[in-house]
Design a protein around this ligand. Structure first.
Ligand code: KIV
Ligand code: ZN
Length: 535
């Protein structure tokens, strides 16, 4: 059996200053409204998380849907390096599903949870404290039958009676849990309270010194990172977090913020992670692109303006000496990758080499497709940068086999006439269908023409457009949320032409809706049974 992470891995036998990063982008993060990732997209994110060097990837919640099971299983089979973790409630079928999904990983972990707060016990679980304790005990014991590495979380711990939470944690440790995670499920606690909670738990359960203690904080009051940091100062050594801070409601603690806090202030704090911080910016862009969740410009570490200086005084200072107004070097988080790499005369070999330099191994048919798209873009755009290539590859990695694809389009728009469009689309069967449409604007006309061509009455619910780089000939990146038969699905598209990117994004959204890659919960109808949603 694979060995769990050892909290006493230093030679002197003391708790080390190493903090483990438990990434939950693909589980808690993926539960955000409007996110629908297919198996290929989840795998791509998991591979990037492994390159980033996270210690644990929580790959999903296998019991919730066949799609989630399949994604966790694929990640467990294909992603090497990090521990691969599957989430399970205490029910034995949840634990069986989690194990079956992760068992092929070299380093599997089962994470099981049950609430210890009276609010949850009385109103949601409608049971008793004794029953909760029994369920926690049985769940950890059952998970231990499968694997050594078992994590237990007393959900809503920050609103629970600390003595009862301690009793449940004690039982979980006695049954063999190797990580105990103390979640601030509803983002309610404050840093000093969280510190006090840890102190009390360590006092009541001295056995916690022998396991990894973990923080899991939500950002409802904007305190997720501050609370996670407080938990670390109180003795925790694992942080559960998500790239770009995505997650239910206001999200989870942001991975890049907690990691850069520890790295930048490590001499004061005495704690650090093993992350390769140079991969942070790229990981952030990939997650943003595939989830359709834009990063706010002033977001710490990964926002477009996080290293930009607007005021004259600041610019003057930075030009004289960078450290006058910068506490981190942008290169440390991988923000120097926008150098020009290719042009329209570059060949297949140069493209393959550039992609390899970016960490993508592309060959065979995938390279042919990427090369075709690259040529189309290089014909229209003078310089193809590393960021453009990244956007292009992300756009091309999606499994297109069951998808509707754009073959060609034509749009007429003027101030004196109603916009109209004509499209032809390739169906998943390889047939080409055509349609025409009019609308309020050029994008609307184009999407109406697509609906006429496919005969699918999808409705656009959300639309965002962004530029990949700052140049005037930048690639446009469009993200949409599409509704079909009461289900929501997202889609993204990239092109030098925003209309083409819109059509590609819309067709991808429609294809996702048809193949069941829909969002867990959307701003409209909630399709997921409420009891399988864990914050
Ligand atoms: O927020 C929470 O309590 C969770 C648990 C499943 C750990 O996500
Ligand atoms: Zn959570």
């Amino acid at each position: 059996m694979a060995q769990p992470i050892d909290p006493h891995s230093s030679t002197n036998g003391k708790q080390t200053d190493r903090v483990y990063i438990f990434d939950t982008t693909l589980r808690d993060g993926e539960q955000s409204p409007g996110i629908s990732l297919n198996v290929g997209e989840k795998l791509e994110i998991a591979h990037q998380l492994a390159r980033l060097g996270v210690d644990v990837i929580e790959a999903g919640f296998p019991i919730t849907s066949p799609g989630d099971f399949e994604a966790v299983e694929a990640i467990a089979k294909q992603v090497e390096g990090p521990v691969i973790c599957g989430l399970a409630r205490t029910a034995s079928q949840d634990i069986d599903a989690a194990w079956n999904a992760i068992k092929h990983s070299e380093r599997p972990r089962i994470h099981t949870f049950i609430s210890t707060s009276d609010i949850h016990i009385e109103h949601q679980l409608q049971t008793t404290r004794e029953d909760v304790k029994g369920q926690a005990k049985a769940a950890v014991a059952h998970a231990k039958d499968y694997c050594d590495d078992v994590e237990f979380s007393p959900m809503d711990a920050t609103r629970a009676d600390v003595e009862f939470t301690a009793e449940v944690c004690k039982v979980a440790v006695e049954e063999g849990a190797t990580t105990i995670n103390i979640p601030d499920t509803v983002g309610y606690t404050m840093p000093h309270e969280y510190v006090e909670l840890f102190a009390e738990l360590y006092r009541l359960v001295p056995e916690l010194k022998d396991v990894v203690v973990s923080v899991h904080c939500h950002d409802d009051l904007g305190l997720a990172v501050a609370n996670s940091f407080a938990g670390l100062t109180a003795g925790a050594r694992q942080v559960e977090c998500a790239v770009n801070g995505i997650g239910e409601r206001a999200g989870n603690a942001s991975l890049e913020e907690i990691v850069m806090l520890l790295r930048t202030r490590r001499t004061s704090v005495g704690l650090d992670t093993n992350l390769n911080t140079h991969e942070i910016a790229r990981t952030s862009r990939l997650v943003s692109r595939l989830t359709g969740y834009a990063v706010q410009p002033n977001k710490a570490i990964v926002g477009r303006n996080a290293f930009a200086h607007e005021s004259g005084i600041h610019q003057d200072g930075v030009l004289k000496e960078r450290t006058t107004y910068e506490i981190m070097d942008a290169r440390t988080v991988g923000l120097e990758t926008n150098s020009i790499v290719l042009g329209k005369h570059s060949g297949r070999h140069a493209l393959r080499q550039a992609l390899e330099d970016l960490g993508y191994k592309v060959s065979g048919q995938a390279l042919n497709t990427a090369f075709k798209r690259f040529k189309e873009i290089a014909d229209r755009k003078k310089h193809v940068t590393a960021m453009d290539l990244e956007a292009l590859v992300t756009d091309e990695i999606r499994d297109q086999s069951e998808a509707y694809n754009l073959a060609s389009f034509e749009v007429h728009d003027s101030s004196s006439q109603e916009p109209s469009a004509r499209v032809s689309v390739t169906t998943p069967d390889g047939e080409t269908v055509a349609g025409e449409g009019t609308g309020d604007g050029a994008v609307d006309a184009l999407l109406q023409a697509i609906n006429a061509a496919t005969g699918i009455p999808a409705v656009l619910k959300e639309y965002h457009v962004d530029a990949v780089t700052q140049d005037t000939d930048a690639l446009g990146e469009v993200s949409v949320l599409v509704e079909l038969d009461g289900k929501l699905a997202s889609g993204q598209g990239v092109s030098t032409d925003t209309l083409e990117a819109s059509a590609r994004a819309y067709l991808r959204g429609v294809s996702n809706a048809l193949t069941g890659v829909t969002t867990a919960a959307g701003p409209l109808t909630v399709t997921e049974p409420a009891e399988t949603n864990a914050d």
